[in-house]
Write a protein that binds this ligand. Sequence first.
Ligand code: PEP
Ligand code: MG
Length: 566
Amino acid sequence: MLEEVLRRVPYHTVKPEDVDNEVWRLSTSIELATAELEADRDRAAEKLGPEPAKIFEFHIGLLQDQSLVDPIRERIEKEHVTAAYAVAEAFRYLADRFRAMGTEVFRHKANDVMDLDQRVLAKLVGQSRDRLAKVTEPVIVISHEMTPAQAASLDTTKVLGCATDAGGRTGHTSIVAAALGIPVVVGCQRVSAAVEDGDTVIIDGGAGLLIVDPDDETLDRYRRDIERRARIDADLRDLVTLEPVTLDGVRIELLGNIEFAHEIEALLKNGGDGVGLFRTEFLYLTRGHPPSEEEHFEEYRQAVVAVGGRPLTIRTMDLGADKYTQEQAEEPERNPMLGLRSIRYCLQNLSMFRTQLRALLRASAFGPVKIMFPLISTAMEVRQTKMIVQDVMEELQEEGIDFDRNVELGIMVEVPSAALMATVFAREVSFFSIGTNDLIQYTLAVDRGNERVANLYTAANPAVLQLVKAVIRTSKRFNIETSLCGEIAGETLYTMLLIGLGLRTLSLVPAQIPPVKRVIRAVNIPQCERLARKVGSFDSERQVLNCLREELHKILPEADGGWSAG
Ligand code: PEP
Ligand code: MG
């Protein structure tokens, strides 16, 4: 069990025999947090002088205050709650008391207290992380939540699967775990409370199922299923060298969604035609500092070399609502999904943005690169972004550095305003990539990472499908290259529909290329277009999903369509 830290830590208890260990964890984490604060204070004193450094004294004093720490320890001893829960509750109570005093000074103190809370909790998690790092045998990781950065650091030779209470199917944690080939089930709500160390669990990533303490019959069924899938996988491997061509001879381009340049090798082995979406966020999340121009450049150059002249679309940083951007913010955003995310963040942090653009442009000297901008919602954003690119190009030119002057610029269409105004954007850029993961969330007002509303989150919603259709129609009218790179591009359930709507390029998780190719090779265009027209007449997602399932089953009775709620 990877005990997790959240702004709101859930109520968990430990076994009586683990209480002493929990108290020990508490005092160790306080000692570590104090040492960290003392180091910060000394650094501040060196750089800024003794006065500013005094702000750290308040924090250090609080951590040494027995009237705060004793009740936390007593709570663990008496109620057997986890140290994380006791810490979070005590600090929240104290912060609320400061806040209730109503003045600016006390509000600041409340923020200091919450900052301290995060420091101590981080130390508690640090210990748990060590635990994960020390794993020596195959395990399944169960946690309340997992950040994309944590997912990225999982040891694929030891971690057989993961399950989390929080999160949604298209959240970045799931995407990273999928990229690593680790089965994951997110949004299980209370799984971390229900499972204990040593329990036997089955993770069925395909069906989004977690089974705790399965009976013998279930275990047998899953063992047989593993064998069946191994046979299907072997058949799919035969498809790798075959072309993704429909029965009536139309070729569909299948590109890969990747998070790291080193995935390109596996992508090409799976039969990918190139990279349709290189998410660059992980360059920021996997190191303790913003990547330097050289670090960016090295990753992109490697990618350019690895794709060997095939298409390569790199998306600029799409962060927001995460640790990286929140750490830079003076105050956490109240509604980060609608806040300073992605391109908005970049346009307000120009030096960081320019660093990435310089590296991207430099990499373009080594082979074809397209640059894509995420979360575009207004025409002004695109115009401003293009001006910045232009400016960076001039800078490079003045410095005598090589780059491709004709590098193509495109946008993700993942906000309804961009989909509705596609005709405007079509005049500004040379390609679109439809990001259904976000388009669903912003069209339906459903947080893609919130398990409580996961039932509402589906691309089969007719409103989402209408927007997708409208974008494809506009892109054809303006002759703009358009692909779709949301997770549904990799769900076989949607393959016929997407082709029927007119898409000829999909960008998907590399592992899904063979199954999607199998569908492509089993259908013809008029059949897909008929399906798209039929689906267009439905007014509920249930009808859409049933129809898609039926059609897929007709052509490939073996296919399960992937995770049906997407
Ligand atoms: C999307 O929103 O569909 C998309 C592909 O981008 P991301 O999942 O990285 O937000
Ligand atoms: Mg997106």
